[in-house]
Ligand binder design. Structure first.
Ligand code: ADP
Ligand code: MG
Length: 212
């Protein structure tokens, strides 16, 4: 079934709930290599996102999936400080622009949105894979999603493959040297720690896979 505004809201609701539950965990990860605010940032951002979408009347009064994604992005940019607000904000804004006017997403549209989000994060953060950031979860996830569709898999199977690849990407950040963001200030001491941003990215993709 195509992904409509109601399904998008259900996913965002799940993401907001899990970020709230995992707030201390994400913050602990950031305490080790950053400034101990990633969980707080993400929880604040998605609480504001859900309030804003509710105020706008989504998913019933706003059915344009692209418009909803743009609202998510703009709200994250304005309510989350630090690196992750502008980065996730750009990701959702770019996905929203790519999907503007659509009320139901086919799997190929989801692929286009994921690709636009990844390109947005890379451009905004001037980063690439291997630098111990959210890109290390998102890039393999987007590749896995595309590969699954090319193999003839359906949306649910492609999302599951994306979430698995993201989680593998998160584990791969542990030995990496951070060369972007606050963690890069630690130099060699950034090694042997899991990246918080990659972890929140995988959480969002797992929520999508669980929605099916
Ligand atoms: P801050 O580092 O400003 O405190 P957060 O703690 O909310 O912001 O987010 C930190 C996460 O942001 C990191 O774990 C990393 O995944 C991501 N990040 C930081 N800088 C970049 C960048 N240039 N490109 C991509 N992701 C980045
Ligand atoms: Mg931080």
């Amino acid at each position: 079934m195509a992904l409509d505004s109601a399904a998008l809201l259900a996913w965002l609701e799940k993401v907001a709930g899990r970020l709230h539950e995992q707030r201390a965990y994400l913050t602990d990860l950031d305490a080790a290599i950053g400034d101990a605010d990633h969980g707080v940032n993400m929880d604040r951002g998605f609480t504001a996102v859900m309030a804003k979408l509710k105020a706008e009347g989504a998913p019933h009064d706003v059915q344009d999936v692209g418009a909803i994604l743009k609202t998510v992005g703009a709200t994250l940019v304005s309510t989350v400080g630090g690196a992750s607000g502008p980065l996730y904000g750009t990701a959702f804004l770019r996905a929203g622009m790519a999907l503007a006017g659509k009320t139901a997403l086919e799997p190929a549209d989801i692929e286009e949105g994921l690709q636009a989000a990844l390109e947005g994060i890379k451009a905004r953060g001037k980063a690439q894979a291997g630098e111990k950031t959210m890109i290390d979860a998102l890039e393999p996830a987007v590749s896995a999603f595309s590969a699954a569709l090319a193999d003839g898999k359906d949306k649910a199977a492609a999302l599951a493959a994306a979430a698995d690849a993201a989680e593998e990407g998160v584990r791969a950040t542990i030995p990496m040297l951070a060369t972007k963001g606050r963690a890069s200030y630690l130099g060699e001491r950034s090694k042997d720690h899991q990246d918080p941003g990659a972890t929140s990215t995988a959480l969002m993709l797992r929520a999508a896979a669980d929605e099916g």
